[in-house]
Design a protein around this ligand. Structure first.
Ligand code: NAD
Length: 498
């Protein structure tokens, strides 16, 4: 059985006596590997190796760190098929979808290639008599990233490229459910000539996370995952004096106005609800048709599309949707569908109990669609994280906006309309971090930044883009004077330009 261990100081680090957890191929249901759970000893070893290299790495010129990023980009591109295959084999998503996540991660590496300009500070002459002042963004030291299962390559790449390009060292703790692609990614970082210890990878679950949160030499923590764990990481990391950003879960609404292009809406719903089997934090899970008849039109267009979804193993080129990540997650999604029926929603398409010939033990489920969902139902309130669409009908635009704003999550949303004024009002007044106008999955590009509002994100700064440069650096401002012959004697008042 394949054993996935840690990568510390550039070497495979298999500490003796550590426990391990199973990794499955979700298409076949087979256990294909075991991943070693890191303890505080492993985190200590990772921190020691990072501390050793930090003085040298942080003093490397930004242009040299940028060159390492260019090399990293080239190597990831070269090995992207290998990475995508590993993602699909452990996550379940289709091969093309896996290539898509690698592509978006690569864009962050491309952003990090511009680090010399991103790190530029500013300088002002004569802030006082013969006094100049300059501000500089300096690295934080040792940062850590804790990542979810649903993007095992992209979410780590949201974090470490910018962190290390800024001159930090980084400890990555990927999801224990699909760790192989992240492990390969960290080997590619070494191949790119980034010195051992700059990026260390430690696998594991809660115990490993706690060792990170409590370690006094780790100064910053980035987390992406579910809201309860994001809240936990946020408060624990803050308790131990760390800078922390923690992205959480979501319930993303798509508001559809009566004047929207309905064919476009149908395709947008299919891709954004059922792509990656709904296991995306920016997946649409609620559609809110506005006005009489809009919901019926959506139902007519979308129902046959859901019934005809091509479901199969992620590595089958004909598959449009793969399995869910684990049997536990499959059970959880099925339980939500049972609950929706009990709560009185109308189940238009039932994806439960799907069995695929030859893949009977796989974690497959069909697409499901509920109509007449109300905002007090648990299928509406909670994040299901599966291929389940809920339709909540709204009598008018204000009511639809109110629904969106009252939800506890505020990650993403979209409006479909051909009216610019309505789109503008929606974008302006919705209490959501990322908004799409006729764009169903408005994940910002690498040179903007990603981040939700409300209970979808805790702490300061978004991930990647300039927000990440600010998160992974500390501002230092120097105010200086060189002797110029002029000396006015001791000054007992607070220095000012009065
Ligand atoms: P998760 O919260 O279960 O796990 C995330 C990470 O936390 C993993 O590395 C895991 O090992 C660790 N972890 C799990 N339980 C822990 C505990 N009790 N104490 C400490 N650490 C723990 O999330 P997941 O199921 O891997 O990923 C799916 C979730 O992530 C969804 O809620 C999704 O919306 C969210 N997500 C959010 C974003 C975003 O940017 N907002 C992006 C991707 C995924």
């Amino acid at each position: 059985m394949k054993l996935i261990d840690h990568l510390i100081n550039g070497k495979s680090a298999n500490f003796s006596g550590l426990s391990s957890t199973p990794v499955f191929n979700p298409a076949s249901g087979e256990e294909t590997a075991r991943v070693v759970s890191g303890t505080s000893d492993c985190i200590n070893a990772a921190v020691m190796s990072a501390k050793e290299i930090f003085p040298e790495w942080s003093n490397t010129t930004p242009i040299v760190r940028a060159r390492k990023m260019f090399k990293l980009k080239e190597l990831i591109e070269f090995r992207q098929n290998e990475l995508a295959k590993l993602i699909s084999q452990e996550h379940g998503k289709t091969f093309d979808d896996a290539l898509g996540e690698i592509g978006r991660g690569l864009e962050v590496v491309e952003f990090a290639c511009g680090i010399p300009s991103h790190l530029a500070g500013n300088y002002t002459s004569n802030v006082g008599r013969s006094i100049d002042s300059w501000s500089d963004y300096q690295p934080m030291g040792i940062c850590a990233g804790i990542t979810p299962f649903n993007f095992p390559v992209m979410v780590p790449m949201w974090m470490f490229p910018v962190a290390i390009a800024c001159g930090n060292c980084f400890i990555l703790k990927p999801s224990e459910r699909d760790p192989s692609s992240t492990r390969l990614l960290s080997e590619i970082v070494l191949e790119a000539g980034i010195p051992p210890g700059v990026l260390n990878l430690v696998n594991g679950g809660k115990e490993t996370v706690d060792a990170i949160l409590q370690h006094k030499d780790i100064t910053g923590v980035s987390f992406v995952g579910s809201t309860p764990i994001a809240e936990y990481v946020y408060s624990e990391a803050a308790k131990y004096g760390k800078k922390v950003q923690a992205m959480g879960g979501a319930k993303n609404h798509m508001v559809v106005m009566p004047d929207a292009d309905m064919e476009m809406v149908g395709d947008a719903i299919m891709g954004s609800v059922f792509g990656s089997a709904g296991e995306r934090c920016m997946a649409i899970s609620v559609v809110v048709p506005v006005g009489e008849g809009t919901g019926d039109k959506i139902k007519e267009i979308v129902k046959p599309k859901i019934e005809n979804l091509k479901i199969g193993p992620g590595l089958d080129p004909d598959s449009e949707m793969g399995p869910l990540v684990t049997s536990d997650h499959l059970q959880k999604v099925q339980n939500y569908i049972d609950k929706g029926v009990e709560e009185g929603a109308e189940l238009v398409v039932d994806g439960r109990n799907l069995k695929l010939q030859g893949y009977e033990n796989g974690f497959f489920i069909g697409g499901s669609f509920f109509d007449n969902v109300t905002t007090d139902m648990s299928i509406y309130k909670e994040e299901i994280f599966g291929p389940v669409l809920s339709m909540v009908r709204a009598r008018d635009f204000d009511y639809a906006l109110d629904i969106v704003n009252k939800h506890e999550y505020g990650n993403g949303t979209a409006i479909f309309t051909s009216n610019g004024g309505v789109a503008r009002k929606f974008s302006n007044e919705c209490q959501i971090g990322m908004v799409g106008v006729n764009v169903p999955i408005p994940v910002p590009v690498a040179y903007h930044s990603f981040g939700g509002w409300k209970r979808s994100a805790f702490g300061g700064h978004g991930v990647y883009g300039m927000e990440a440069v600010r998160f992974y650096t500390r501002l230092k401002t120097v105010t200086g004077r060189w002797p110029s012959g002029h000396h006015s004697g001791a000054q007992y008042t607070f220095p000012s330009n009065n």
